[in-house]
Design a binder for this molecule. Sequence first.
Ligand SMILES: *Cc1c(COP(=O)(O)O)cnc(C)c1O
Length: 218
Amino acid sequence: MSINDNVNHVKATLTPFSGITLIAASKYVDASGIQALFDAGVTHIGENRVEAFLEKKAQLSHLPITWHFIGTLQSKKVKHVINEIDVLHSLDRLRLAEEIEKHRRDPLPCFIEVNASEEPSKHGLALDDVEAFVDALAPLKKIHVIGLMTLAQATEDETLLRETFKKLRAIKDNIEQKQLSYAPCHYLSMGMSNDYLIASEEGATHIRLGSILFKEEM
Ligand SMILES: *Cc1c(COP(=O)(O)O)cnc(C)c1O
């Protein structure tokens, strides 16, 4: 099946949910693949690596794409890329926030990355550290916390996945309740190809899909 067919299939599965933003994880494709996604109606694109991001964005500058940066961002690369990003999904440490504060021109919509699955190999803040981290961001004028992001376990265990998504949602709700002007925190970026329907049931507002959009046969 083509990218267009895959996008239509995914969109059909999302009809029970409203207001979910579909972000295509474009690490698997070059600029022509992103063009095919755009032609299929996907306007939110998420890249992982700084070099690939800058190259693909430059090649597609004629398209009105919203560019999400979803990979780990090294502090030393911030100055090269930060003003090219529309939404950052991987804010996970104060040093990174301070570097963004230094180089970014306008406030940047950010998701805080949380290690909600509590796996040692994963990036992201520990669940218990998220609220203090949000407090520490208060003085930074260029950081606008729009939500929390996580990568769940690579598992088929639906119960485990739901628990992870629920944990993220609970912290999101706590922060949202505080009504902080710099951290409205309305959104949840969670759910990938294997778990996006579960994530959507658990309140995802942004899903990041890669392989399911690019596979040839479904
Ligand atoms: C690759 C990637 C995705 C999409 O993963 P799939 O399993 O291919 O859907 C989502 N989020 C991040 C951060 C990724 O790197």
